[in-house]
Design a protein around this ligand. Structure first.
Ligand SMILES: [Zn+2]
Length: 81
């Protein structure tokens, strides 16, 4: 089973939101109810290293790679244990 990236993973949402394979892998923050919510970028992927980023994040990655947050593939998925 292929590992997927997971977004918005925290104590109250331990499984997070699985990666959408059509979309840019960058994790972005939205101002939500009383704080910030983390989610996968909603733009289509196709640019940047391995074609995993949208145009906006590919440019950001080229300029300042460390300013971009991309979750690791989760290979320690509890569902597989
Ligand atoms: Zn993006």
């Amino acid at each position: 089973m292929a590992a997927v990236r997971r977004y918005n993973k925290w104590a109250g949402n331990p499984n997070g939101t699985p990666e959408d394979p059509e979309k840019c892998v960058a994790e972005v923050s939205d101002e939500g109810y009383g704080g910030f919510l983390l989610r996968q970028c909603s733009n289509k992927r196709g640019k940047g290293p391995d074609g995993l980023l949208c145009g906006i994040h590919a440019r950001q990655h080229a300029r300042r790679p460390n300013s971009l947050w991309i979750p690791e593939n989760d290979s320690t998925d509890k569902e597989n244990q």
